[in-house]
Design a protein around this ligand. Sequence first.
Ligand SMILES: *[C@@H]1O[C@H](CO)[C@@H](O)[C@H](O)[C@H]1NC(C)=O
Ligand SMILES: *[C@@H]1O[C@H](CO)[C@@H](O)[C@H](O)[C@H]1NC(C)=O
Ligand SMILES: *[C@@H]1O[C@H](CO)[C@@H](O)[C@H](O)[C@H]1NC(C)=O
Length: 488
Amino acid sequence: MLSATIGRVPKFALFVALALTFIIVIHISSFPSLSKWKLPVLGGQQPQITTATEDASQESPQKASQEPSPDLSAIPCQSLKGGEDVLVVMRTGATEIKDKLPAHLNTTFQCYPHLVIFSDFAEDFHGREVHDVLRDIPDEIKSKNDDFKHYLHVQEAGRQNLNDDELSGKISAESGPVGKSDNAGWRLDKWKFLPMINRTLEMYPDKKWYVFVEPDTYLVWSNLLQWLPKLKPDKPLYYGSEVMIGDDVFAHGGSAFVMSKPAMEKGAEIYNEKVNELHDFTAGHWAGDCVLGKALHDAGVDLTWSWPQFQGGNPSFSMGWTDHKTDHVLWCTPAISYHHLTPYEVRDFWQFEQTWIRSVLAKQKHNRERGLPFRFWGDDMTNVLHHRDTFKLYVMPNITQERNHWNNTPEVPAPDTQGITLEDCRERCEENDDCLQYALGPDGCSTGREPRMGQEDETTTAGWMPERIEEWVKDLDHCWNKDGWAVT
Ligand SMILES: *[C@@H]1O[C@H](CO)[C@@H](O)[C@H](O)[C@H]1NC(C)=O
Ligand SMILES: *[C@@H]1O[C@H](CO)[C@@H](O)[C@H](O)[C@H]1NC(C)=O
Ligand SMILES: *[C@@H]1O[C@H](CO)[C@@H](O)[C@H](O)[C@H]1NC(C)=O
């Protein structure tokens, strides 16, 4: 919705002269050159860190023993500082928990010192306590409102006894214009937001920050911990990717959103004050994230627009890598979240982030041992994973060769190409200078101008133009001095 792009080319042109010196600085400090893309080996493989650490410890062993170094063999995210102030709140439901939550147990959940899981059914899930966040909704609403049929059914039958056709499965589909209204679990979800604020505050009244996620959200934890210290936790603050329904502006739920303690208090206060009114409003609305945003607005807490740090796109197949809006350029901005990840992708991306953290920690250790300044949690933006890093280090290595049973969904179908060979399809792309990728499927050949990794698809073969993509990357890397946090 609001994340649609607005052209800013003329403004960029004006910046060029002024930004020239900055661009040079950025180029020196920002990114490994193209030839070094593969330095950190990603995607589930064992990370390869530069040999600098070993060299350094040989040079100055006494220095190395002065300060405790992070244990690089442990899970890298666990050596990061600052997580004590943060509560992660996972909101899920009985129709999806079995398919979507396990991917987090041994990955992202290992990183969060404080986590609470809310659902519509209380249970012990692989040793984690899951709370029924709808517990305190009055029985009268539960019995009168059709949205709660599913809830009452689950309470009675038990989550384990739901049939396969009652489950939502592993795929995280885009919702339509009014959401996934044919899905019982989804219709219930909107009721969870306000009670979730109230219960969270009751259970954890003293965190500085509360971060709300769903199972198909990927939270870039190492970036979040670098970003939060720049904000003011004693003010009522509410951050997320801005969406608008009518006049209501709110943080998109699936892209993660962040609230300070005072914002939580104001949210809980208005909920308790106007509980009937807000329940009526929820009954007539379809989006729980909007209900929360409106309640917060009425309580005097407005959303701080935080796109593109918070992202509704999936790094493999639905990112608008060239998107920009007002002063913000997606490519040049740090990543706090992604959305619509499959369980496989949650695990894969988590491995990727751990590799990234490990390489930053190694750099930090290396600098410390040489007496060089380092600021892992400071202002060194090379320690922050930008969306461009996700492209270069996570997507690029996977799009160098043609891939069978794979679809990168190029946007332009070439007419009358059913049954042509892959070579002919590739030629169609070569003929057109703008073409960066192609795919051949049962409907023929299609070509596209935005590179995407894509997803499995039995009937299709995907291919890319790696050299052209390198040029495309170089162009985008001119960040017009728009690097860095979108919001501070
Ligand atoms: C990308 O490639 C790596 C290495 O081959 C692999 O482990 C990873 O799963 C791939 N990612 C995707 C989404 O295909
Ligand atoms: C998590 O890891 C443990 C130990 O390696 C393993 O026993 C367990 O099955 C894993 N759980 C999931 C959900 O992958
Ligand atoms: C909010 O939580 C408090 C406990 O902290 C509880 O007494 C109150 O009933 C809850 N409010 C609603 C509307 O559920």
